[in-house]
Design a binder for this molecule. Structure first.
Ligand code: KIV
Length: 257
């Protein structure tokens, strides 16, 4: 395990961990200044490409966006999602994870799932590829986006899976839309940091999709808190530009050669 990852794990029980998504350099460089982890999430499929699910996101899309993000990330841990159907067995996962790491120079990859992906995780880690887990709502296979952990049977499976993933060697785990008391129990049980999205304040850290947080993406999920309305600011700037152009106020001599 490299030092960056060891230091990330050490944050557990010391300070809360902050993480946000980035799909390109400019946003990545802002997020990098303030967060511990920058995630190139496959959420880019719905956020940027209006796909109905993340299933349509390809390896090439993740690699190209990650190359851009890499240019903006200087100090944070950079994690890239392995997209749907790129880790169906250990051999496929290893070949695709190696491709992601070598082409993007990211620090780690993230894969969704519990018991089913344990062998895959073990193979990646044996090959020195750091892995972040993802439990709860799993967008790549979800049929609905209801929170997880209401039923006892479901709670037991998610808790069991968190232990299995930890034993397999993951360095951290995203808990997506997991009921609060279950997220608390998992966070107390595992020694690695839990990063919640819609999984309560009890997690070791939080992650959000940056476009949701800045008001550029119009998703209405309960777990999103909007900290800014960038859409309005862009709208106002574009409107001012248009007015200046139609009234010949722009460009002035200052902006001309
Ligand atoms: O794809 C993504 O952005 C994610 C986060 C929501 C955790 O997996």
């Amino acid at each position: 395990m490299n030092n960056k990852i060891i230091n990330f794990i050490k944050k557990k029980n010391k300070s809360k961990i902050t993480s946000l998504t980035a799909y390109s350099k400019n946003i990545a460089s802002i997020v990098d200044k303030h967060c511990d982890l920058v995630l190139v999430g496959d959420s880019l499929g719905s956020v940027l490409y209006s796909f109905s699910s993340t299933k349509k996101v390809t390896l090439d899309m993740m690699i190209e966006h990650s190359k851009s993000v890499r240019m903006g990330v200087k100090k944070s841990l950079m994690v890239v999602d392995m997209p749907y159907n790129t880790y169906r067995n250990p051999k496929e996962a290893l070949s695709n994870a190696k491709k992601i790491i070598s082409k993007t120079k990211c620090d780690a990859i993230k894969i969704e799932g519990g018991k089913k992906v344990v062998q895959i995780i073990k193979t990646l880690i044996k090959n020195k590829i750091p892995v972040m887990g993802h439990l709860g709502v799993l967008p790549q296979s979800a049929t609905n986006f209801k929170f997880k952990g209401k039923e006892i049977k479901e709670r037991k499976i998610i808790l069991r899976d968190s232990k299995l993933l930890e034993e397999a060697g993951i360095f951290s785990i995203v808990l997506e839309c997991v009921e609060s008391s279950l997220a608390k129990e998992i966070t107390k049980t595992v020694k690695i940091p839990t990063i919640g999205i819609g999984a309560s304040v009890h997690c070791d850290g939080q992650v959000l999709v940056t476009d949701d947080l800045i008001g550029l993406n119009k998703i209405k999920a309960r777990f999103v808190k909007r900290y800014s309305n960038i859409e309005k600011q862009i709208n106002d700037a574009v409107l001012k530009f248009k007015k200046d152009v139609v009234t010949s106020k722009f460009p002035t001599k200052k902006h001309s050669y």
